[in-house]
Design a protein around this ligand. Structure first.
Ligand code: 5AD
Ligand code: SF4
Length: 449
């Protein structure tokens, strides 16, 4: 029996989809990339902005015909929109077989049993079959939920309050992922750096994961500026496995807006953290999230956001138009006209893209360690995606010299083996995905880092 998964939204949802897939695989199902082949389709939804929810719902609507085409087909809807709109989904799409909201992820195994009509008891042992998740860069969820209540945000309502996985559980999952081929671990949580468990704080966990056998790289997403403490910065600066790249959502550059959003930091505090990090972590890339058009945002507030972007010089960023989420504290505030939000969105995008291009352009000619993920695509430590040109030919040549690489690569493939860390000289930085060539020279340092 085959299943197909469609995921909307953030990395947390991607990780949740992986976790649910593992539950299904452990019950003997096989994942397919072709919905026509599948007997089960799982749609993992997002509700952070209305647009994300609308897209998922129109896909779910189309699945009525898919389901009718073959007897026994099942449609499962999970995630944040499922949590928010359970009754509505049931009414609008009565053909759904299972609706499992984001809060019930940790219980998905039991739900899968019911869906597939399995008894839990004596079959439990079979479920211990290790599932194969051969991703070079793997995600490990360390906490769920969020204790903040940023006034625009639906997440605390659909994912609940923070719960932390135990350090033992996390290190166990890291070992599992490494044994399946992972070389890079990204720790995940809504405010990932607020993690604590017994005496462990986030910085301690970061160290422990970095010290795990087989882990070449560690990242984490998404940190909250408030918890970006000197201790965490020190770990980033001194533990070699922890990559020098950070996604640190700022949302706005105006103190009035930050206060209205209940973000728990000021512009000045954010800038001070950035300054500390830039001093301590050489060559770090920094990216961010910004919301434009929050209710009450004046032209002056907006310009402060632009000026913060100029000041920080983010390496890249995601700009979102404010979207009212029912039930959040900001929902009753009067919205700006769509045209104004659109105009600010454009201006902000232009600035962020201009800076991003200027920063990338400087990388041409520099040499980076790239962890190859698949098909000659990989990532630098600074988290740029890179396409390695000419990798096919060079991989063949190199394979003759390096038996281990050849073995890992497998005879049929002419690409560089996933999991290899290679040195790449950047040749083109026009697009967000850089291009580069293998650098075989005898260079013992990176001229960028
Ligand atoms: N409207 C627009 N953007 C939002 N985000 C969260 N909630 C909203 C909303 N209601 C953005 C924030 C967050 C990112 C994941 O989504 O920038 O960091
Ligand atoms: Fe939402 Fe704020 Fe929590 Fe992030 S920190 S998930 S923006 S409430």
């Amino acid at each position: 029996m085959k299943f197909f998964v469609r995921t909307y939204g953030c990395q947390m949802n991607v990780a949740d989809s992986n976790e649910m897939s593992r539950h299904l695989k452990a019950r003997g199902l096989v994942e397919t990339q072709d919905p026509d082949e599948a007997s089960v389709i799982l749609v993992n939804t997002c509700t952070v902005r209305q647009h994300a929810e609308d897209r998922a719902f129109s896909e779910i609507g189309r699945l009525r015909r898919w389901k009718a085409k073959r007897a026994g087909r099942k449609v499962v809807v999970t995630g944040c929109a499922a949590e928010r709109t359970k009754e509505y989904l049931q009414d609008r799409f009565p053909f759904l077989d299972l609706i499992a909201g984001a809060k019930s992820i940790e219980n998905f195994g039991h739900m899968a049993d019911q869906l597939l009509d399995r008894r839990e008891t004596d079959e439990e042992l079979d479920y211990a079959v290790p599932s194969i998740d051969d991703k070079v860069a793997a995600f490990v969820t360390i906490m769920r939920g969020c204790n903040y209540s940023c006034t625009y945000c639906i997440v605390p309502y659909v994912r609940g309050r923070e719960i932390y996985h135990s350090t033992e559980q996390i290190l166990g999952e890291v070992r599992d992922r490494v044994s399946e081929g992972a070389r890079e671990i990204t720790l995940l949580g809504q405010t990932v750096n607020s993690y604590r468990h017994n005496q462990y704080r986030f910085g301690d966990l970061l160290r422990a994961v970095a010290a795990s056998e087989g882990v070449d790289r560690v990242r984490f997403i998404s940190p909250h500026p408030y918890y970006m403490t000197d201790r965490v910065i020190e770990v980033m600066a001194t533990v070699p496995q922890v990559c020098e790249s950070l996604h640190l959502p700022v949302q706005s550059g105006s103190n009035t807006m930050l206060k209205a959003m209940a973000r728990n930091y000021t512009r000045e505090q954010y800038l001070a953290r950035v300054e500390n990090m830039r001093q301590a972590i050489w060559g770090m890339t920094l990216s961010t999230d910004i919301i434009v058009g929050f209710p009450g945002e004046t032209e002056d507030d907006f310009r402060q956001t632009l000026s913060l972007i100029e000041q920080v010089q983010f390496d890249w960023g995601f700009i979102f138009k404010y979207s009212t989420r029912e039930g959040t504290p900001a929902a009753h505030l009067e919205c700006h006209p769509e045209a104004l939000i659109e105009e600010r969105h454009q201006r902000c995008l232009e600035l962020v893209d201009r800076i991003a291009l200027a920063k990338r352009s400087k990388l041409v000619g520099t040499i980076h360690e790239v962890l190859v993920e698949q098909d000659n695509f990989g990532r630098t430590r600074t988290n740029y995606k890179v396409r390695i040109n000419g990798g096919e030919a060079q991989a063949r040549q190199g394979a003759g010299l390096n038996g281990e690489a050849q073995a890992r690569q497998g005879a049929a493939s002419s690409n560089i083996a996933p999991g290899e860390i290679v040195r790449v000289r950047i040749t083109n930085a026009q697009r967000a995905t850089l291009e580069g060539e293998l650098e075989n020279g005898n260079i013992t340092f990176e001229n960028f880092r």
